[in-house]
Design a protein around this ligand. Sequence first.
Ligand code: SIN
Length: 318
Amino acid sequence: MADLTTRLGALTLPNPVMTASGCAANGRELHRFFDLTDLGAFVTKTVMADPRSGRPTPRMAETSSGMLNSIGLQGPGIAAFLDKDLTWLHSIGARVVVSIAGNTAAEFAEVARALASHPSFACVVAVEINISCPNVANRGLVFACDPMSSSTVVGLVHQELPPGTPTFAKLTPDVTDIVAIADAALQAGATGLTMINTLLGIVIDTDRLRPQLAGITGGLSGPAIRPVAVRAIWQVAGAMREGRIDTAPIIGVGGIRTGLDALELIAAGASAVQVGTATFNDPSAPRRVRDELDAALDARALTLADAVGIAHRRKVQL
Ligand code: SIN
């Protein structure tokens, strides 16, 4: 067995595999397939201040290499989430990353404040600040499209959390310069980055010749986006290695189905990975990915720490 221990700043996890936010609700369903404590951490569905029904249906569309969702941050709101979902996750001993969002920077702060004051905050190992959900009515509300907005949100969230709480800003690849956004989030106090959220797309129903999704646009996830995730992680990790931005841990997400897929993101610079869309047709995918990653590292006589960013050290010299 390989040493899968990973360090994300001051946070140490026994292995680097997490769920991706939104692909396993708040854990109860997945826990029927395997023990959530087998994962490095469980990442919750993004929660906002108030209950939300999300965007109109249909809001899922399949493509040949992944799927589009336009869920629109459906959820119970922070109060019900804390009392029902986080309390349950705490009771089973899960290490929890809570994904939070807001319609405004102030709402992000409100959610963080409520989270930090709940007794079950004890099981929260990190907060993921989802500044990149593509399914919002106004593109201007994708905070991660703008360095200044990203910085404002991260800064306000930090003021509400106990000092030292690890935070990860979740970024979108749908920007011209992801390094600039990463820099802004880190300067504002984020411990690290989660990359990437889904890419904005549209699927047309060729019988009805109209958009399949009621919300028209949706976020593309699945195998098609893995090379985009690897590219984004590579660019940001590269900027860190060259001293252009602060060094910080990266959680990689995007199209991981196997342990070798996970190893790709890790070799590009991720210290942990999240498994999302694969969970829909194989609920045990996160734990299987952990086991396959373990075998892949073992076969290469590497620890996880050795493998993080290894491809930067091995790239073909021109
Ligand atoms: C959604 O609920 O619309 C998906 C959330 C996200 O992609 O950040």
